[in-house]
Write a protein that binds this ligand. Structure first.
Ligand code: NIG
Ligand code: FE
Length: 413
């Protein structure tokens, strides 16, 4: 239960209150509260808990009191893994996959990531900003308040910089917080296939420190896979990131087990993402490192994968599981985090409560953010009122407009 920390929390006007509200993900234990009240000052929650525990006198002096009439309130949703900045699309690969071609075969033919790299390099910053704004608006409209965006479709210093700059501008332009992840090791671009070592040296030792010095990077990621980069190559990137004080995360064990998760745990990574081929023997290391397993059910479905992540073992060993859209034009053309929640429930058999934790408290942790993802005193005032009767509806409906009202940094809209 989240309590007022001190009277000074309440003295900073203007206090705003939501009363007659059912609260989800309350306090560090992420409880639900049926007869709840939430109070906030500016951008910060000062109380979230049972209405009877809130001093009645403070309700009287509140600047604004909203009667939620029994509606459910959750933290703002958090999408902790997207590639939302890109140009073009890969609808033609969707058609070819229907004809039986695999992701690896398409990549070998010059499609896949490289196809999007070519489109993204050719696009202007404004074009990238416009198309990504439209995509982010879909997430905003369904209650997302924080989204992570990766680079990785540039693969030159200039074009990686453009992608990260666009991500930064999205945060200024839209009511959503954007965390920027450098994904310099996404693929060796076609023009550098014959000098892989030189590409690695630049991406790790030149571009990463440069873009970090320009204030463009919140975290560092790599695509660890037999068709991308080895665990040893990704480890080199991680060491450089850690010298710079940047947190790391990894696309790991999506199509095969190449030891990425083990290596990521050894570097105390924030998250390992996909993890369909994660070996059960690597799970204790994730648990010990505090690494989050980010599940990406949409990419699993799109690629017609058959091996599911080791959900039961992750659950049994209490590794936190987040859920992300992985919005990208190839493996996950998904502009809905709630659809990802539904797929996590229906395909990966998570409970609706696990799905909700996966897009709130655990997603925050996958981004290293301790100031959000829960309704509790001291957390950011990012939250959503829903037009639902049962909390399970958030994972149950496919599409639909369930959002009643969204608050971002304490403001509605
Ligand atoms: O998360 N696996 C690597 N990255 C993306 C796919 C990117 C692409 O195919 O364009 C993913 O699935
Ligand atoms: Fe991805």
């Amino acid at each position: 239960m989240s309590q007022i920390r001190s009277r000074s929390d309440l003295c900073m006007a203007p206090l705003k209150i939501l009363k007659n509200v059912r609260l989800a993900c309350v306090g560090e234990r992420a409880e639900t509260v049926d007869h709840g009240l939430l109070a906030w000052n500016g951008e910060t929650i000062v109380f979230a808990g049972a209405a009877e525990d809130f001093p009645a006198v403070e309700v009287g002096r509140a600047h604004e009191v909203i009667d939620a009439k029994g509606a459910w309130l959750t933290p703002g949703l958090i999408d902790c893994h997207t590639h939302a900045v890109f140009a073009g699309n890969r609808a033609e690969e969707f058609v070819l996959r229907q004809q039986g071609l695999s992701y690896a075969e398409l990549a070998a033919r010059g499609g896949g990531i490289m196809s999007t790299v070519n489109h993204t390099r050719a696009a202007s910053e404004d074009e990238l900003l416009e198309s990504a704004s439209r995509r982010l608006q879909c997430f905003i409209d369904e209650g997302v308040t924080t989204i992570e965006i990766k680079s990785g479709y540039g693969l030159t210093l200039e074009s990686e910089r453009t992608m990260l700059t666009v991500a930064a501008k999205l945060r200024q332009r839209l009511p959503i917080d954007v965390k920027r992840t450098y994904l310099g090791l996404h693929s060796v671009p076609a023009e550098r296939k014959s000098e892989r070592a030189g590409f690695l040296d630049e991406a790790i030792d030149l571009w990463l420190p440069r873009l970090h010095s320009e204030g463009l990077i919140d975290a560092v990621d790599a695509y660890c896979e037999h068709l991308a980069f080895s665990a040893d190559e990704c480890a080199r990137l991680f060491q450089r990131a850690q010298q710079l004080g940047l947190p790391v995360k990894l696309h790991a064990e999506q199509l095969s087990d190449v030891g990425g998760s083990r290596m990521a745990a050894a570097h105390r990574a924030l998250s390992v993402d996909h993890v369909e081929y994660l070996s059960a023997t690597d799970i204790p290391a994730l648990r010990a490192a505090g690494t989050v397993a980010v599940l990406i059910p949409a990419a699993f479905v799109v690629l017609k994968e058959t091996q599911k992540p080791p959900i039961a073992e992750l659950r049994a060993q209490q590794v936190p599981m987040a859920i992300a859209s992985d919005l990208n034009p190839g493996t996950s053309p998904v502009q809905s985090l709630r659809l990802a929640m539904n797929l996590a429930s229906t395909v990966f058999e998570l409970s609706y409560a696990e799905a909700l934790a996966g897009v709130t408290v655990h997603a925050a942790r996958a981004l290293g953010l301790h100031d959000r993802g829960l309704l509790a005193a001291g957390k950011r005032a990012d939250f959503c009122l829903w037009k639902i009767d049962a909390l399970s509806e958030l994972a149950y409906w496919w599409g639909g407009n369930l959002l009643e009202r969204r608050f971002f940094g304490g403001s509605s809209g």
